[in-house]
Design a protein around this ligand. Sequence first.
Ligand code: GDD
Ligand code: MG
Length: 348
Amino acid sequence: MQALILAGGKGTRLRPLTVYTPKPVVPICNRPFLLYQVDTLRGAGITNITLSLSYQPQKIEQQLGDGSDYGVHIKYTTEPQPMGTAGAYKFAEEHIREPTVVFNGDILTDIDLKAVIRQHKERNATATIVLTPVENPSAYGLVETDAEGRVLRFLEKPKAEEIKVNTINAGTYVLEPSVLDLIPAGENYSFEYNLFPDLLARGEKFYAHVPEASYWIDIGTPERYLQVHHDLLAGRVGGGKQFERRGTFESATAATIDEQSVVANDCVLKPGAEVINSVLGEGCYIEEKARIENSVVWAHTRVGAGAQVSNAIIGRGCHIGRSAQIERGTVLGDKTSLTDYTYTGDAQ
Ligand code: GDD
Ligand code: MG
């Protein structure tokens, strides 16, 4: 078994965070996102991993290298232009020799991958797709199955009146190499719009795997990016997800950091600063009486005295002026500088 991670999307819904940082390596509790997927694969004994890139590929290669730091072997393919999800798998054909676990490069889950692979083999399936329940399937791929778990229908981004079940495509597949023959070379081709409907039309053995209760999230919007942090901080994600809660940093005795918060190396917290249910990246500087709550702050950002940051995402190298009030839903791109007393949203 080998793996392919689809990591070529532009991450438009995560802008401005993804202007300088491609979505696959946005920091999650200060670790590049893809490392959580690498951990899941390694945990299932899969060490041969191909990353399928398109947008800002050098930035991703730079961070993950050949994978040896993480106990795996990583190869890269870079499409000249985005080929679509199935087109990207076809483009990686020369690296694909075995049945392959394919991950969408923006989902975080604590699923038991070994169980998925076991079931795929037992059923002698051509393709297995993992499902997860969500409240509103309209932003996802809707999947209907029969009682034996055979996929009956796949409908990407369904309209309200088309939604009859709540199970969606969780962005994890096991594919036999024979699937490659069904994808035209050199064309933009999609798993969701083309290949899956085609597998159904051909009557191929296309099965769904419905995991026991497991954590699942697509990190591709600011709300969900923040949500995954809160879930990790609160210990709601299983599967031994690793991140470092406390680096080596400087904190005044009169500063407060609650137990769940993550503070990276080289941060400075001045007297009266408060960090609550939040993540601070490396080298952040939090001045007197500034309060950071339910937020994620990327590396090398400075928060001025008395400023309040609540339920917000602050990019790298920002400067938040003193007494500023940054409210729920605010997302600031790298190097944003806010004048003293700035407020956002309904702060006043
Ligand atoms: N290499 C490559 N080339 N990767 C791509 C391309 C491409 O042309 N297009 C998209 N990707 C990658 C993205 O980087 C992302 O990791 C993954 O494929 C899925 O693309 P998204 O743009 O995030 O799709 P989505 O979230 O709207 O929907 C997909 O994921 C849902 C689960 O999160 C679909 O697979 C849905 O069916 C599914 O429910
Ligand atoms: Mg997505």
